[in-house]
Design a protein around this ligand. Structure first.
Ligand code: PEP
Ligand code: MN
Length: 238
């Protein structure tokens, strides 16, 4: 936590021990323990990198003192990530996978897991997002353990093709949820990530999740929105 805000940083995809070690040093320098450590990646192109899978779990077992934010796209993946994750992420593409949502409660352990992070789908309404959270609750995840994440919608008018919707986030906050913003997927472009992160932190919301990489241009996924570790460090130090 930094100034009472939940700050999650890390690469789009976990790529290697060396990569996450570098990111973890930045996390330590800015005073957060939350790291994005995705080992299963839902990719649009089936030929794109799909994540390190169980090999990634072995890498994470070598890193201590951090809380891992990890996405699962299926019950099989939930089984694999839930022993190491602190925050279980359900991504935008899975927001209406109702069977997956219902099964999260089977793996959610109140003593081990801090939250289930539920992203708003990029073509889903506020109401659909809240109904999706109701599926998590029906499966046994208490509302106070649900962390909603606004990550932007497809837009015909935004210059980046994505519209980050602060109103949706504020409405969810007013409805009693914890809510964070993902300005990385929410803009899709590194030039806008930190301005939108700054705006997010100025709102009465609970935090941000930001993608970064030791060598952003070499990131195997979402390189266009990846910030350098120096950029992240100087932003939070300010
Ligand atoms: C992610 O945060 O790793 C991700 C895949 O984002 P989204 O589900 O918002 O596209
Ligand atoms: Mn990404």
């Amino acid at each position: 936590m930094i100034n009472n805000k939940l700050i999650i940083i890390g690469p789009c995809s976990l790529e290697s021990y060396e990569q996450i070690l570098e990111v973890s040093k930045t996390a330590k320098n800015i005073g957060t323990t939350y790291l994005r450590t995705q080992v299963f990646k839902p990719r649009t192109n089936p030929h794109s990198f799909q994540g390190l899978g169980t090999q990634g779990i072995e890498i994470l077992n070598k890193l201590s003192g951090f809380k891992f934010v990890m996405e699962a796209c299926s019950e099989e993946q939930l089984k694999i990530i839930s022993p190491v994750a602190s925050i279980i992420q359900i991504g935008a593409r899975s927001m209406q996978n109702f069977e997956l949502l219902k099964s999260v409660g089977k793996y959610f352990d109140q003593n081990k897991h801090e939250y289930v992070l539920l992203k708003r789908g990029f073509a889903n309404s506020y109401e659909e997002w809240i109904y999706a959270s109701e599926y998590l609750k029906a499966g046994g995840v208490p509302q106070e353990k649900i962390l909603l994440c606004e990550r932007g919608s497809r837009s015909l008018t935004s210059p980046t093709g994505t519209h980050l919707d602060f109103l949706c986030a504020l409405k969810a906050k007013n409805a009693g949820y914890k809510v964070i913003i993902d300005p990385s997927h929410g803009t899709g472009s590194k030039e806008f990530v930190l301005p939108m992160a700054k705006a997010s932190l100025a709102l009465e919301l609970d935090g941000v999740m930001i993608e970064c990489h030791p060598t952003p241009e070499k990131s195997v996924s979402d390189a266009k929105q990846a910030l350098s570790l120096d950029e992240v460090e100087s932003f939070f130090k300010k």
